[in-house]
Design a protein around this ligand. Structure first.
Ligand code: NAD
Length: 258
């Protein structure tokens, strides 16, 4: 992939104020894209814009709640008005929610995790697709998780939301493959972002997972996940459609070492 792979392209990154989203915003901008970074945390996404600008890249920043339909619709209208096109969307914002056994899971918390992680991907694609198609096509990458393939105890809402992201991605890819929009999911494993740092502080058992459950014996770096998102969105992945790329240091290999 060349350094000007995304020259002239307009890329939307959600959850761009932190972790994987921030690294992806930086990586797309470093390859020439104009990045529209959005996040619920306005200050954080303004910082991401500043980091990109400092490195000579092009970025805009906006506070958006990706689970709110009116805000998502307004965001796409804003991108159409400012940039006239949208080539790539990285629907990445997400939350884990608190861990509870299913029978104790507060229903309102379940709904919240589903809204932020799954409804957001539905709303995102719903409003992004017409603008991407108007410009002749492009790519969408949705952040799922290894929890789209596994059943992590205590994380019913999170796992359900990420299984849902995988399913939505496949349907959207099927519907749009002939319309020159490639849609794929990305499944990070245990990645050292603020999300994981908070979970580790709350639950020391979770912190130990990195060295016990991951064959690589370390957590992933946000930049290692961002690199996969950039690849999926690039022309190098031109025949990859409806797939979920797992980037997890071997966490889901499922085998064992003799
Ligand atoms: P993070 O907490 O560092 O960043 C997530 C960002 O999303 C934050 O800036 C937050 O403000 C933003 N956000 C939360 N709710 C939002 C909303 N309603 N609207 C807009 N923005 C919102 O987390 P991360 O680890 O970078 O996670 C990014 C994605 O990767 C998430 O979808 C997460 O589920 C997924 N993921 C992370 C890991 C991991 O180990 N870190 C593993 C698998 C999947």
């Amino acid at each position: 992939m060349s350094n000007d792979e995304f020259n002239g392209k307009v890329v939307l990154v959600t959850g761009a104020g932190s972790g994987i989203g921030r690294e992806a915003a930086l990586a797309f901008a470093a390859r020439g894209a104009l990045v529209h970074g959005v996040d619920l945390n306005e200050q954080a996404v303004i910082e991401t814009r500043a980091l990109i600008t400092k490195l000579g890249g092009k970025a805009e920043a906006m506070r958006v709640d990706v689970s709110a339909e009116r805000e998502v619709a307004a965001l796409i209208e804003h991108i159409a008005a400012r940039s006239g096109r949208l080539d790539v969307a990285f629907n990445n914002a997400g939350i884990t929610g608190q861990a509870h056994r299913l029978e104790d899971y507060p229903t309102a918390d379940f709904d919240k995790v589903i809204a932020v992680n799954l409804r957001s991907v539905f709303l995102g694609m719903k409003y992004q697709l017409p603008l991407i198609k108007k410009g002749g096509g492009g790519a969408i990458v949705n952040t799922a998780s290894v929890a789209a393939l596994t059943g992590p105890g205590g994380m019913s809402a999170y796992a359900a939301s990420k299984h849902g992201v995988h399913g939505l991605t496949r349907v959207a890819a099927m519907e749009n493959a002939a319309h020159r929009v490639r849609i794929n999911a990305l499944a990070p494993g245990w990645t050292e972002t603020p999300m994981v740092q908070v979970a580790s502080a709350q639950n020391p058992g979770f912190a130990k997972l990195a060295t016990t459950a991951i064959p690589a014996k370390r957590g992933g770096q946000p930049s290692e996940i961002a690199a996969a998102a950039v690849w999926l969105a690039s022309d190098a992945a031109s025949y990859v459609m409806g797939q979920m790329l797992v980037v997890d240091g071997g966490m889901t290999i499922g085998g064992f070492e003799l």
